[in-house]
Design a protein around this ligand. Structure first.
Ligand code: AMP
Ligand code: GLY
Length: 436
């Protein structure tokens, strides 16, 4: 198959230009690589481990995101100027600490700061201490006490495993029986490992993702986006890593954004400094616009996936300049966003988020890209005999841009319809809250 990409091609190694290493391998990293490839300052991009689609824009290196020492050795041997980290596992494993000790520039939070994502309890205690609006909660490590508390409360109730659980550690229990079973899994059977449980008040309202570039107390907001976590149309089915996203989010007003910046993101950034865990990198606020105002559902210590795939295409500034300024704590240049809207569909393997087959042929990518302002980010693909095949649960994200969300959606949908694979399903209702 002909190389289809209308994204930027692999950069030629330019004299005096930067060499950048992107750690990770999904659609989020593809979008970061794509944004870096638009920078005049960047000469060569490596991605570890990358994937078959990323390989059209970066040199993929077969090192896993958790092999922190191997990544450091690679960065030293290749004289990498800047490393950018996608996944939380690498951050929680201390990649930023290891690189910094070796004198390597890296964009992302230290292990001590990444705890804002890896420990739900830490994040909740921080919000309580710095008066950041969030759901009422209590943390338990004892099954009998947790059950007693839940028994005396109302339903639904939210149960969150305190640790990284790949998006599977949150259960909204509709009744006591479900709560009891979940608490058993989390506290008695240690299904995710030894941990604690945060029991949280159930909130309602539209969710949105507010990612900010952060350097200590300083915070630069990105444009907001909205993910779709459930597998099926109408927000039905199990929770997934995200089935589609769009940006901007008309339900969220400028006042909501201002409030979220001043009362959530800035106090949290300042709180992290005060706690001796200054945060550098992308702080992701998973926020909900409740009838009582915007409240925090969760924090992540990195770019969101699939939000990054719709947010970074709207970035007009040079992302390498932003990464560099934050890594070096020098002034960050003005960050500009295009007025265009973006909307993307995730094409997933049938069976995802449960078990699914791999190795199914994918075709029609060239045709999809030829429709216009379309980007195809690879989430889980491999190459077999020169052609793309599926290799993950989420396989591709097809993003359309347009003057408004409707034209972005229509374009992305037409593009998605060009792509053929015997094992795909996707939600066609991405953006349903704001589009008819
Ligand atoms: P989290 O991993 O904390 O983002 O939780 C996963 C999903 O569970 C969120 O995106 C929400 O849809 C839902 N959720 C988490 N906490 C709450 C809450 N307190 N009230 C209502 N829904 C919640
Ligand atoms: N889209 C949710 C996340 O990145 O965790």
């Amino acid at each position: 198959m002909q190389e289809f990409n209308n994204l930027h091609p692999v950069s030629a190694e330019g004299a005096g230009k930067a060499k950048v290493l992107v750690v990770g391998g999904g659609g989020r990293c593809h979008a970061i690589v794509d944004a870096l490839s638009r920078s005049e300052k960047v000469g060569k991009i490596y991605c570890a481990p990358g994937n078959a689609g990323i390989a059209a824009q970066a040199e993929c290196v077969p090192i896993k995101d958790t092999q922190v020492n191997e990544l450091k050795d690679f960065a030293l041997s290749e004289n990498i100027d800047m490393t950018v980290v996608g996944p939380e596992v690498a951050l929680a494993a201390g990649i930023v600490d290891v690189f910094s000790e070796a004198g390597l520039r890296i964009f992302g939070p230290t292990k001590a700061a990444a705890v804002i994502e890896s420990s739900k309890d830490f994040a909740k205690q921080l919000m309580a201490k710095y008066n950041v609006p969030t759901a009422a909660f209590r943390t338990f490590d004892d099954y009998a006490q947790a059950l007693e508390y839940v028994r005396n409360g109302s339903f639904p109730v939210v149960l969150k495993y305190d640790g990284l659980a790949a998006g599977k550690g949150v259960v909204i229990a509709e009744d006591l029986a479900q709560a009891e079973e979940t608490l058993k899994d989390m506290l008695l059977d240690d299904k995710f490992g030894k941990g604690r449980v945060v029991v949280e008040e159930f909130l309602t309202g539209p969710e949105f993702s507010f990612m900010c570039f952060v350097d200590g107390e300083k915070v630069w907001p990105m444009t907001v986006s909205q993910d779709h976590k459930r597998a099926f149309e109408g927000d039905k089915g199990p929770n997934t890593g995200g089935m589609g996203a769009y940006s901007p989010v008309p339900l969220i007003t400028d006042e909501d954004i201002e409030y979220s910046l001043e009362h959530i993101m800035k106090p949290v950034a300042a709180g992290m400094v005060a706690e001796g865990r200054p945060f550098k990198g992308v702080l992701y606020g998973g926020l909900m616009k409740t009838p009582q105002g915007v409240k925090v559902i969760e924090f992540n210590c990195r770019f969101g996936d699939p939000e990054t795939e719709v947010v970074l295409p709207r970035l007009e500034s040079d992302i390498y300049d932003i990464f560099s300024a934050i890594a070096d704590s020098t002034p960050v240049p003005e960050i500009r966003w295009s007025g265009k809207a973006t909307l993307g569909f995730v094409l997933a393997s049938k069976g995802y988020p449960g078990s699914y087959g791999k190795g199914y042929a994918i075709s029609g990518l060239d045709e999809a890209m030829s429709l216009g302002d379309v980007r195809i980010y690879h989430m889980g693909t491999a190459k077999k005999d020169g052609d793309y095949v599926t290799s993950g649960g989420r396989v591709l994200m097809v993003v359309g841009s347009g003057d408004d969300l409707k034209s972005a959606r229509d374009l992305a949908l037409r593009a998605a319809e060009c792509i053929r694979c015997d094992n795909f399903f996707y939600r066609k209702d991405i953006g349903w809250r704001v589009l008819k």
